[in-house]
Design a protein around this ligand. Structure first.
Ligand code: KDG
Ligand code: MG
Length: 405
């Protein structure tokens, strides 16, 4: 079944998404998500100029060989642009294989390990009271776990809470240049434990709670935060420190028993190797889009399982519904699945372009069996939403020093 055409689309139904469509000679097609937030056009060029010409005429059934060809064959390995491009191709090929076999993709991975996919939602707010009100609503809705992020008093612009109280922190508006936010480690460290103290006092210990530090701390600061949060029994503390130097996690680990999650910016199993082998983390959060597709993510999950580490895939809104649906299949299969990040079903604009059918019941996601990934992309609808250049924010300390956002 030869690949006849590869199309690359960029559209902005509320935010930018890069979508790949692989069409085979018999007309079967598959789709993949290649979105790299704030660097979208680099992936578009990589796909159009450097990948698509090499794949025309290749057998779409040879997923593993095509993956190896794009990864090893490029000589230049890894990196988010390369891996998002490979990830989209790989996802689209699994979609095709499922359609061809008339089976949902999770059946090709080894079948279901569970009936539904447990998620954690987000409760954000400008004040602790606002976060707790949102948390209470989510508990009433049946969520089993929720991530809490709150604006830090006297800090201008806190991760997880910007752009209007009700909005998700990253809805893309007009951001033709990166906006700047302030960061103060001491104000943050003095404030965050209180958020979790009040959450536990009001709602008890049955609800799972998480928090994303977004790599703002040094290892010893993260170790201290972990200790301060221990009484509140977090499901996990995410991205406590940057992970270019994985040994930083050893310092955190040696000082606190707070479970640690990391990996949303990882692009290969090699990024996670030391963290996993040393058992310095508890959850691996790499997404199918950014980790190079379903093929390498399956290897990563199996490797993590050998060290008691569970998966908790990144589920931010800058991953398109194609990645979301690929995660559904992956999560139904993965024996060491932990939890899926989930921020809701998206805006009418988003659902105008991407078609999928998933239900949330009592904090778990369920889907109907359909061949392939069970998601479609409406090319005509996408034309109504042209690409808009947009950036993530950057962070600066109060004295102006650039910091991790
Ligand atoms: O593009 C960046 C976002 O995906 C990221 O900021 C979201 O950290 C994130 C999360 O945990 O969802
Ligand atoms: Mg995160």
């Amino acid at each position: 079944m030869k690949i006849k055409d590869i199309k690359v689309f960029i559209c902005s139904p509320g935010r930018n998404f890069v979508t790949v469509k692989i069409i085979t000679e018999n007309g079967t097609y598959g789709i993949g998500d290649a979105t790299l937030n704030g660097r979208e056009m680099a992936v578009v060029a990589y796909l159009q100029e450097h990948i698509a010409p090499c794949l025309i005429g290749k057998d779409a059934q040879q997923i593993e060989d095509i993956w190896q060809y794009l990864y090893k064959g490029a000589y230049w390995r890894k990196g988010p642009v390369t891996m998002a491009a490979i990830g989209a191709i790989d996802t689209a090929l699994w979609d095709i294989k499922g359609k061809q076999a008339n089976l949902p993709v999770y059946q090709l991975l080894g079948g279901r390990s569970r009936s539904g996919v447990t998620v954690y939602g987000h409760a954000n707010g400008e004040t602790i009271e606002e976060v707790l009100t949102n948390l209470g609503t989510m508990i009433d809705e049946g969520y089993k776990a929720v991530r809490l992020q709150c604006s830090i008093p006297n800090v201008k612009g806190t991760y997880g809470t910007m752009e209007g109280k009700k909005n998700y922190y990253e809805l893309q508006g007009n951001r033709p240049l990166p906006p700047e936010q302030e960061w103060s480690t001491s104000k943050y460290m003095n404030f965050v434990p209180e958020l979790f103290k009040q959450a536990r006092e009001r709602f008890g210990f049955d609800i799972g709670l998480c928090h994303d530090v977004h790599s703002r701390l040094t290892p010893i600061e993260a170790a201290r935060l972990g200790k301060l949060l221990e009484p509140y029994n977090l499901l996990f503390l995410e991205d406590a420190v940057t992970s270019e130097n994985p040994e930083g996690y050893q310092i955190v680990r040696e000082h606190t028993v707070v479970p640690l999650a990391v990996g949303e910016i990882f692009t290969t199993v090699w990024d996670a190797k030391v963290l996993i082998e040393k058992q310095w983390i508890d959850y691996i959060r790499t997404a199918i889009t950014h980790g190079g597709g379903i093929t390498p993510l399956k290897k990563l999950a199996d490797f993590a399982a050998m060290y008691h580490i569970r998966t908790a895939p990144h589920g931010a809104p800058d991953l398109s519904p194609i990645c979301f649906m690929a995660h559904m299949h992956f999560n139904l299969w993965a024996p060491n699945f932990g939890i899926q990040e989930f921020i809701g079903f998206g805006t009418p604009e988003l659902n105008d372009v991407f078609k999928y059918d998933v239900e949330l019941k009592e904090g778990l996601l369920y889907m109907q069996d359909k061949p392939g990934l069970g998601v479609d992309f409406d090319e005509e609808a996408a034309k109504k939403y042209p690409y808009k250049r947009s950036y993530l924010p950057v962070s600066r300390l109060e004295d102006g020093t650039l910091w991790n956002w």
